[in-house]
Design a protein around this ligand. Structure first.
Ligand SMILES: [Zn+2]
Length: 356
């Protein structure tokens, strides 16, 4: 069963008009969901939690918070189960970046604007200037008007990092400036939420088919005879992980330590985190051809054949990379969050007024 239909059934077992509408949208040929399945996303978020140093706030490791962070790894895909076009228009392209489209539009992937709408204007102009580079869009398959965009994954990740940094700032202000227990708990809840949801998008970036136009089977010139099967994406999203039995517990001992990422832009960069996220996505794009090579060699069947070890190793490596990057983004937000001076001043005034 397609993943979105399955999720709808879990969330609302009654057959409702929403499901009928969704079925209609699928009948129009909307692209399949483009993500690790829930299980893969959970593993990435759990690996990121395992990557954190001991001085990271302990509240994120409580059983409740840790399970919530793992559960939230699936949240942005749950949003996809709604047929509402405004949500689909904004949410769906946040899950991928078809990197090759940047060059088609005459843009350098190494020097994109970190500002989402500024980039959108630049991309639209580049697309209009190079119409022959882009395949035609069938309006019947583009109800939410997303196909004219390459995806906005690095902007979503960077914006999420900035939101998490803000939450770290105001948690510290509440802790240091006399916030109530409820205020501190609310700030902690928000940090858990932001960490979990952000993890989905960083996990998406670790799936190489989220970083390429070759996302649903190979398209265009195909001299090496790579698979053109549109189901290839779904197999990498979840089919392989399920059949191979890849579990967090098995990968946990290999979780890589989170590192503080640079927050100082290099020459020519406008935002260091955005630049770092782009490097991360470009690195995973480099894994697209090796992934298709594995498929061609029959090593992605998870059937216990000797070559399956290579396929399993590739998928595990991508999950480990996702966990490492996610943990590093969380750690960087926590370590570099500036003081929330406005809130500290407000709390000081509140304390002074209460003391009168
Ligand atoms: Zn996704």
């Amino acid at each position: 069963m397609p993943r979105l239909q399955r999720q709808n059934k879990i969330m609302n077992p009654r057959v409702c008009s929403r499901q009928v509408a969704l079925a209609f949208l699928f009948a129009l040929g909307l692209p399949s969901a483009r993500a690790w399945d829930y299980e893969g996303h959970r593993i990435v978020n759990q690996l990121a939690l395992a990557s954190l140093p001991s001085d990271f706030p302990a509240f994120v490791h409580s059983p409740t918070a840790a399970e919530r962070i793992a559960f939230l790894a699936g949240e942005p895909d749950r949003w996809k189960s709604m047929p509402d076009l405004p949500l689909r228009h904004t949410n769906n392209p946040d899950h991928y970046l078809d990197l090759e489209q940047l060059a088609w539009a005459g843009l350098d992937p190494a020097s994109l604007s970190p500002l989402r709408y500024e980039f959108a204007v630049q991309f639209a102009a580049g697309r209009a200037a190079h119409p022959g580079k882009f395949p035609p869009i069938d309006p019947l398959k583009d109800a939410e008007h997303t196909r004219e965009w390459p995806g906005f994954l690095p902007w979503k990740i960077t914006e999420s990092y900035d939101q998490l940094k803000a939450a770290c700032s105001y948690l510290r202000a509440f802790e240091q400036g006399g916030g109530t227990a409820t205020e501190i708990a609310n700030a902690q809840f928000n940090i858990v939420y932001l960490m979990g949801v952000m993890g989905h998008f960083v996990g998406d970036g670790a799936q190489p088919l989220h970083d390429t136009v070759q996302h649903n089977g190979w398209v265009g010139d195909n001299p090496h005879g790579y698979t053109t099967d549109p189901k290839f994406h779904a197999w990498i999203d979840g089919g392989f992980i399920a059949r191979a039995g890849i579990r967090f517990a098995d990968l946990a001992p290999r979780a890589r330590s989170a590192k503080v990422l640079t927050t100082v832009p290099a020459a020519g960069e406008r935002d260091a985190m955005f630049a770092g996220v782009m490097r991360y996505l470009r690195d995973q794009n480099e894994r697209v051809v090796p992934l298709y090579e594995l498929e061609k060699a029959g090593k992605l069947k998870a059937d216990g054949s000797p070559g399956s070890v290579d396929g399993r190793g590739f998928i595990e490596e991508q999950l480990l990379r996702g966990g490492e990057m996610l943990g590093s983004i969380w750690l960087t937000a926590w370590r570099t969050a500036p003081p929330d001076q406005y809130l500290l001043d407000q709390l000081a005034r509140r304390s002074a007024a209460a003391a009168k």
